[in-house]
Design a protein around this ligand. Structure first.
Ligand code: NAD
Length: 231
C-alpha cells in the first residue's frame, strides 16, 4: 500500500505515519523533520505551485491511501478575520484536501480500491465561538466526504472524516493556551475529563483503511472523549 499523509512532521499526522504498515509518503513544510521518512515531499499546502507539485507526486507514486491531516486552527472574533486569514484557512483545511483527492482518485479508480481519510474536527460538527473560519472549513470537509463517498462507492473507494475533539498536540495545547479558558476549565467540559491522544486518532485511521471497514464510507466519526454529546 502506498500511503500519503499530510502534516506528518508532528502531532496527529506523525502518529498516523508512524503507526501504519506500508510505504509511507510523508508531506510537510520542514525538510529536516521529514528526513526521518524514506519518502517525503516538502510542500506548503497553501501555495498553489507546491500543491500542484504534490498532485504530480501523488500521481507518480500510485497513492492508494490518502490521509488529509494537515490543518491550522485560528481563534478570532469574526470582525478581526482578515481576508488573508480566511483564504489561508480555507485553502489549507478544505481546498488542499479536495485537490489532493482529485489527484489521487484516478489511480484508485484504476485499481478498483482506495481509502481516503480526512482529519476534520469536532468544531466542524458543533459550533465553536470565535472559530468560524476553522469550523466552516472542517464542516466543508464533512460535506465533501458525503458527496465523494457516493461518487466513488462503485469504484471500491471509501471516504471518511474523523472529527477529533481536544487532542494532546502542539495545536491542541496552544489552542488551549490562546483561548478564553484555561486547560483545566476545558478539561472540566470534556465528559471523559481528558484530551484524546494522537495515537487514538491513528488507531481510527488504521481501522478505516482496513478491509474490516470496507462498508464504512461517507461517515463523519467523532473521536472527542464525549464532547459532542454534552458536558
Ligand atoms: P499540529 O499543529 O500539531 O500539526 C499540524 C501539522 O500540519 C504539522 O505537521 C504542520 O507542519 C502541518 N501544516 C500546518 N500548516 C501547513 C501548511 N501550510 N502546509 C503544510 N503543512 C502544514 O496539529 P495536530 O493537532 O496534529 O492537527 C492535525 C489535524 O487534526 C489538523 O487538521 C487539525 O485541524 C485536526 N484537529 C486537531 C485537534 C487538536 O486538538 N489537536 C482537534 C481537532 C482536529
Amino acid at each position: 500500500m502506498n500511503i500519503l499523509v499530510t502534516g506528518a512532521t508532528r502531532g496527529i499526522g506523525k502518529a498516523i505515519a508512524k503507526s501504519l504498515q506500508g510505504n509511507i509518503f510523508a508531506v510537510g513544510r520542514n525538510e529536516e523533520l521529514l528526513r526521518e521518512y524514506r519518502n517525503y515531499y516538502v510542500c506548503d499546502l497553501t501555495d498553489n505551485t507546491g500543491l500542484k507539485g504534490l498532485g504530480e507526486y501523488i500521481k507518480a507514486n500510485n497513492i492508494d491511501i490518502l490521509i488529509n491531516n494537515a490543518g491550522e486552527y485560528i481563534y478570532s472574533p469574526i470582525e478581526e478575520c482578515s481576508l488573508d486569514n480566511i483564504s489561508r484557512i480555507m485553502k489549507l483545511n478544505l481546498e488542499a484536501p479536495l485537490y489532493l483527492i482529485s489527484q489521487a482518485v484516478p489511480y484508485m479508480k484504476l485499481k478498483g480500491w482506495g481509502r481516503i481519510v480526512n482529519i476534520g474536527s469536532i468544531s466542524g460538527v458543533m459550533g465553536e465561538a470565535c472559530a468560524s473560519l476553522y469550523s466552516a472549513s472542517k464542516s466543508g470537509l464533512i460535506g465533501g466526504t458525503k458527496a465523494l463517498a457516493l461518487e466513488l462507492a462503485e469504484f471500491g473507494i471509501t471516504v471518511n472524516t474523523i472529527n477529533p475533539g481536544w487532542v494532546d498536540t502542539d495545536m491542541g495545547n496552544s489552542s488551549a493556551n490562546n483561548g478564553d479558558w484555561s486547560r483545566d476549565e476545558i478539561i472540566e467540559c470534556i465528559p471523559q475529563r481528558r484530551f484524546v491522544a494522537p495515537s487514538e486518532v491513528a488507531g481510527m485511521v488504521k481501522y478505516l483503511i482496513s478491509e474490516d471497514a470496507k462498508g464504512v464510507t461517507g461517515q463523519s466519526i467523532n473521536l472527542c472523549a464525549g464532547l459532542s454529546v454534552g458536558c
